[in-house]
Design a protein around this ligand. Structure first.
Ligand SMILES: Nc1ncnc2c1ncn2[C@@H]1O[C@H](COP(=O)(O)OP(=O)(O)OP(=O)(O)O)[C@@H](O)[C@H]1O
Ligand SMILES: [Mg+2]
Length: 463
């Protein structure tokens, strides 16, 4: 195995209890020497010197010794020595001040160190996430209370000397992680399965790294947060969303079926009845015995029944585009757009298709048809546009090769701010339809910048 390659730890400080600080209060006598006593010593030395010097007549002796060497100015030595003594006093005063400052600085540094150690200790112990320190072999050396709680132990001390491997649901995975850590890698895991002391399993997000301890020994750091609840909630949410999607797909299916029945009834019942009324009215109008008044009334009935018949036809068409069943998607959309162009000749509407658009599922067909229909209706209601472009394409997704249908719509009208609350249901309904088929719906617009809508639907539809 390669030699241990660990990054240097950022705070190379031991975790220490403030109650046993290494900086103990020094005895007051060491830090504050007694000034009075020292002055007494100085006074006593001076008096003693004077007395000894008087008894021994030192000055006379000195003069006696130095006189023969007058040429060398040795008699000036006493004053010189006095000046040197004074200079030495000044020198030692300066040095002592420097020493005092250095001691104060060292003490402040040590205090800061103790404070920061206490801070790190608190951060480690009080952290809501589980924190563990272990030997390179995975033996736990230190753990915080959150780690004990997560792994199902009473106190943090209960975890000491246990192996991290025992808490991995997959032992092989632990070995792989340890190998990587010892090679100096950091490991970040969005999901990791652990096993508690009581055998229950927990899902966590974990961060693992190897560092040097303050004593310069390699150790493993493990930071773990319990996400079991979140993971459960996520799974439930995903299920609920899936359920929702299926429900809304089903409700749209029912709605379309209902519309189709209604359209059929309208067409078959109302259409036939109106036709019969019209035929009867024509018979009455053309009857030889009819007076002019009867003829006029019969003619009015013919006209009204024709108008109502047209209305029923257009209603039927809106409820259920017959062309969709009869002609398929491309032709039905082409037909619908052609009708729309006739009603709105001032707007230039282009329609392009690409790829095979036949034999798509019923739901996909009706969704794409409704997309075109609602977008064109919105142009008339809101856009005041000069140009409109609609495109339907079938292509494989570059990501996974899945067969996808792309709808795109664009107008150059007045646009709108999509973040503002809207009253209408048209666009919301389109988004719902698309998402119910596991598709993706996007709308881009801004005031004065027209509207762009894109929808992508899996060609096979939602299952
Ligand atoms: N092509 C467009 N150009 C400009 N504004 C638009 C366009 N399409 C939609 N809007 C704006 O978005 C709003 C919401 O449109 P949506 O189709 O959801 O509702 P609606 O058309 O007002 O009513 P509904 O479709 O329910 O009959 C509209 O009221 C309009 O302000
Ligand atoms: Mg609308």
């Amino acid at each position: 195995m390669k030699p241990f390659a660990v990054p240097r730890p950022f705070p190379a400080v031991p975790i220490m209890n403030p109650s046993n600080h290494s900086v103990q209060a020094l005895p007051a006598t060491v830090l504050k020497p007694s000034v009075r006593r020292d002055l007494l010593v100085v006074g006593a030395v001076t008096i003693l010197t004077f007395m000894v010097s008087s008894i021994l007549e030192l000055n006379e002796l000195l003069e006696h010794w130095t006189r023969p060497h007058e040429a060398y100015q040795l008699d000036e030595l006493p004053v010189t020595f006095l000046a040197m003594a004074l200079a030495l006093v000044w020198f030692s005063w300066r040095r002592s001040r420097q020493a005092i400052e250095q001691v104060a600085l060292r003490m402040a540094t040590q205090q800061a160190l103790v404070d920061s150690e206490e801070q790190y200790r608190m951060l480690f112990m009080e952290n809501l996430s589980a924190n563990l320190l272990a030997t390179p072999g995975g033996m736990i050396k230190l753990a915080n209370p959150a780690a004990a709680e997560l792994l199902g132990f009473k106190t943090a001390q209960d975890l000491n000397h246990r192996s991290l491997a025992d808490f991995y649901a997959e032992r092989g995975l632990w070995e792989a992680h340890r190998e990587r850590l010892l090679r100096g890698h950091r490991i970040e895991l969005p999901v990791l399965q652990l096993r508690r002391g009581d055998g229950a399993s927990v899902q966590v997000v974990a961060k693992l790294s190897a560092r040097l301890s303050p004593a310069r020994e390699p150790e493993l750091h493990v930071y773990v947060t319990d996400i079991t609840e979140v993971a459960l909630m996520q799974a439930e949410l995903a299920l609920a969303l899936e359920e929702n999607r299926r429900l809304s797909q089903r409700s749209m299916q029912v709605q379309e079926e209902e519309r189709r029945n209604l359209a059929r009834e309208l067409h078959d019942e109302m259409g036939q009845s109106l036709n019969a009324i019209k035929v009867d009215a024509v018979t009455i109008r053309d009857h030889g015995a009819a007076t002019s008044e009867i003829r006029r009334s019969a003619q009015a009935i013919v006209e009204v029944s024709s108008q109502v018949y047209d209305l029923v036809r257009s209603l039927t068409q809106r409820l259920r585009p017959v062309a969709l069943d009869e002609l398929g998607l491309r032709s039905a959309v082409e037909y619908g757009i052609e009708q729309w162009r006739r009603r709105h000749p001032a707007v230039h509407c282009s329609f392009e298709t690409q790829g095979e658009l036949e034999e798509l599922g019923e739901q996909v067909n009706i969704t794409l048809y409704r997309l075109v229909q609602e977008c064109l209706t919105n142009v008339v209601k809101h856009a005041d546009a000069g140009r409109v472009a609609v495109r339907l394409t079938r292509a494989s997704s570059p990501a996974n090769g899945e067969d996808m249908l792309h709808f795109s719509f664009e107008d150059d009208g007045r646009g709108f701010d999509p973040t503002r609350r809207k009253q209408g249901l048209g666009l919301a309904g389109l988004r719902e339809r698309v998402e119910a088929l596991a598709g993706h719906f996007e709308l881009f617009s801004a005031p004065g910048e027209g509207v762009k809508i894109k929808a992508i639907i899996p060609a096979k539809g939602a299952v």
